[in-house]
Design a protein around this ligand. Structure first.
Ligand SMILES: Nc1ncnc2c1ncn2[C@@H]1O[C@H](COP(=O)(O)OP(=O)(O)O)[C@@H](O)[C@H]1O
Ligand SMILES: [Mg+2]
Length: 395
């Protein structure tokens, strides 16, 4: 595993831990505030009840006692209150947004509902009247307190949304940048190869036609290498532009790709091509890029088997979507551990001494960005082998 991916997952963990810490701190801090405010409101309501009892107990309010009204009873402008008598008849309300134009019945219903809410929050305070009668003071948390209770949730939701948006914006711009690098580098490579290649081709034609060299076997070998260089240049130029997709006979295309490979790997690697489809089934592909994908996957398979084993290519319909074409490439190699099944597609990930870790990243780009297909590890077991699945569009 390359250190950058180790580091990346460590950074992710760090950020996640930090975010959780901030979230926890916010929740704890606000709940302390809520607790304090709630205690204060309880005290205020207790004082309020006391004041009510006092007012009831004195004969009449005079200059000495008006402060009870002014400073205590009327001072409560935040805590909603409903007064009832012993039978539950509503005597008075405070700090409740009574609907103005509503009918008497609607108001009554509204207040009954409020009483139910208040009951669920706090038991009512009982005020004993002189005649042995009882009054009840129902109350609930002030709006401020209610809002404060939900505040951390709202805040976390907003921060969460911002986080998600930032993440998508960031990963979008990162992907756009990666695209520019891939495409730019490919274009540049195709461009640079172009000039010496056309000169080589001209030289080859000259040799082929000259009396003197025509019969030398070397000229034919040279021709093969020139052809190979041409294919490489074609691949890069296709990656660097919008490649043209055509309906191609997929069985034939697969056979051609393998034929070339087979001559280049150890004889101990046996290729087999199977198909469940009619032999003339077409798929929409760009041949040079498709070849490149098959080559990358099969070369990895050869590496994973240490140059000895079977590689089976199996064409079939995926079970879910019958309009698509699946090509399963199975090797009998060392397999990929479960934890690395997705990581193998990241650019730079390699377990080889001389690997660049670009083969699968490129193959995935070619299939998913240029062919609107899918490339993934369908099955793998350490010590047994691996199946990569390429999903392509049919006609
Ligand atoms: N068929 C396979 N079996 C086991 N491991 C594989 C197979 N194909 C790919 N891998 C793993 O994925 C890694 C990345 O592959 P790739 O992107 O082609 O880069 P490279 O071949 O340069 O290492 C390989 O180093 C290997 O560990
Ligand atoms: Mg490779």
């Amino acid at each position: 595993m390359l250190p950058i991916y180790d580091q990346k997952s460590r950074i992710k963990l760090f950020v996640l831990a930090g975010a959780l810490l901030i979230a926890a701190a916010t929740v704890i801090y606000t709940s302390v505030l809520v607790q304090r405010l709630s205690e204060r409101e309880q005290k205020q309501i207790a004082l309020y009840a006391k004041a009510q009892r006092f007012i009831i107990s004195i004969e009449e309010v005079d200059a000495n006692t008006t402060f009870v009204f002014d400073e205590i009873i009327n001072a409560n402008t935040t805590i909603p209150i409903i007064f009832t008598d012993g039978e539950g008849n509503i005597l008075d309300t405070k700090n409740l947004p009574l609907p103005n134009k509503a009918t008497k019945q609607a108001k009554e219903e509204f207040l009954r509902r409020e009483i139910a809410v208040m009951k669920s929050q706090h038991p009512p305070i009982v005020v004993k009247l002189s005649a042995g009668l009882l009054n009840y003071i129902y109350y609930k948390d002030s709006q401020l307190l209610t809002q404060l209770r939900t505040y951390p949730l709202v805040q976390l939701a907003v921060i969460g949304c911002l986080g998600v948006m930032a993440y998508f914006a960031f990963s979008y711009s990162r992907r756009a940048e990666q695209n520019r690098v891939w495409v730019g580098l490919a274009k540049e490579t195709a461009h640079q190869l172009g000039t010496p290649l056309s000169s080589l081709m001209a030289w080859h034609t000259y040799l082929k036609e000259s009396e003197r060299f025509q019969h030398e076997p070397i000229v034919e070998e040279l021709g093969k290498d020139v052809r190979r260089l041409e294919i490489i240049t074609e691949r890069f130029s296709n990656i660097g532009s919008v490649p043209v997709l055509k309906d191609e006979n997929i069985l034939q295309a697969t056979k051609n790709a393998i034929a070339y490979l087979q001559s280049r790997v150890s004889k101990k690697v046996l290729f087999e091509i199977k198909t469940d489809l009619p032999t003339d089934t077409p798929a929409r592909i760009n041949v040079p890029l498709f070849d490149w994908v098959i080559e990358n996957i099969c070369k990895n398979a050869v590496d994973a088997m240490d140059g000895k084993g079977n590689i089976t290519l199996h064409l079939r319909r995926p079970t879910k979507n019958k309009n698509l074409i699946a090509l399963d490439i199975t090797d009998t190699g060392k397999g990929i551990p479960k934890s690395k099944i997705e990581t193998v597609f990241l650019p730079g990930f390699t377990t080889k001494k001389r690997g660049w870790g670009l083969g699968l990243a490129l193959a995935k780009r070619i299939i998913e960005n240029y062919h609107e297909g899918k490339l993934y590890v369908r099955w793998s077991e350490v010590g047994k082998g691996t199946t990569f699945r390429v999903v392509l569009k049919g006609e």
